[in-house]
Write a protein that binds this ligand. Structure first.
Ligand code: SAM
Length: 332
């Protein structure tokens, strides 16, 4: 089908099928509101998990563990998943068009909202790029991420997941119910705003003297600036040389309420979504954004080893955010 016709079909049918999607989303929120209270879970963990589940379902990025795990998450049923996402997935299949958020591999995204495909690719690349040189992988704020049981599996590499205790309890229950093979993965819990994740890891036999790849996907915005700096400095000074950390971030101006109207609504809304959902941390993304990041990392003892911008510059030349890979081999 020629692209303009495919686009027209996509838009028209998407509008016609919108009520099904809306009913699916609505049922999901009701299920979440009814089944999840008291479980210390928050909604922010669900969207990236759904995005990876969709990437797998579309055949763009294989993730058997997500296929098993996502229907076992509290508040999720096959019915709501089907209603909420099937119309758009079906349209993407028949028109051969893909929404940026559900594309893979993506090398550029227009904003945080559409960034799942982009950031997933960036972090997959960063992780795979380190598996030959590190002996440990640490996934901080792992949420429903499944890399520990899929991409990160490599002989000679130990994988650790660290998250808030409430989140982790629910994940482990869901992993068990879904019969996901978690052999060899070590779990530790910590509130990064209150305690050192390294101390939590030490209690489960993590060895800081072995080179380690640390992943913080979709996490930095929720952490206090002190916790972020402590995290970066831990990688810089307490982990073996050859260690690295990958993370995504939003522009500081967005946290300060100077983003586009969308972010001006979103940032205050994040304060009401539950535990660990408020956006409180950002890094300067005014031009030159890469240099700002480099300086920030340098102040925390790290070298910028990889960078991709997120979003288009606003009228004041500020980007929405960025994706960063930092190594602890900075010459002092
Ligand atoms: C948006 S989710 C991202 C999850 C996962 N990395 C992904 O990309 O699917 C944010 C994660 O950070 C964790 N988190 C947020 N604040 C935290 C804190 N202060 N201490 C520990 N974990 C935290 C949440 O529990 C959640 O798992």
């Amino acid at each position: 089908m020629p692209k303009p016709i495919a686009l027209l079909v996509f838009v028209v049918v998407e509008i016609v099928l919108l009520p099904i999607t809306v009913v699916g989303q609505f049922l999901f929120y009701i299920d979440f509101a009814v089944k999840v209270p008291g479980k210390n879970l928050n909604l922010t963990t669900y969207d990236p998990a759904f995005a990876r589940w969709i990437l797998d379902a579309l055949g763009k990025r294989e993730d058997k563990a997500a296929r098993q795990l996502i229907p076992a998450m509290p508040g999720v049923s096959r019915l709501t998943l089907g209603l909420a996402f099937a119309p758009t997935m079906w349209l993407m299949r028949i028109t051969d068009l893909t929404i940026n958020m559900y594309d893979y591999p993506v090398h550029r995204s227009t904003g945080i909202i559409g960034a799942f495909g982009h950031r997933t690719r960036f972090f997959d690349d960063a992780l795979l790029g380190h598996l030959d040189s590190v002996e440990q992988v640490v996934i901080l704020g792992a949420g429903w991420d499944t890399r520990a049981y899929t991409l990160a599996r490599r002989e000679g590499v130990r994988v650790f997941e660290v998250d808030d205790a409430g989140m982790q309890v629910q994940k482990r229950l869901a992993l068990e119910a879904a019969k996901v093979d978690t052999t060899g993965v070590v779990f530790a819990s910590a509130d990064f705003n209150l305690e050192s994740w390294l101390d939590a890891l030490r209690r489960v036999d993590f060895d800081p003297d072995k080179p380690t790849f640390v992943l913080l996907e979709g996490v930095t915005y929720y952490l206090n600036p002190d916790a972020i700096e402590a995290t970066l400095q831990t990688v810089a000074t307490k982990l073996a040389k050859g260690s690295a950390v990958a993370f995504d971030y939003v522009g500081q101006h967005i946290i300060e309420g100077e983003g586009s109207p969308l972010y001006r609504l979103l940032v205050p809304a994040t304060r009401f979504l539950g535990r660990h959902t408020a956006w409180v941390f950002g890094i300067r993304t005014d031009s030159p954004a890469q240099e700002n990041l480099m300086v920030f990392l340098g102040e925390n003892g790290l070298r910028l080893a990889g960078y991709e911008p997120v979003g288009k510059p606003d009228p004041k030349q500020r980007l929405v955010g960025g994706l960063a890979l930092a190594a602890n081999d900075l010459e002092s």
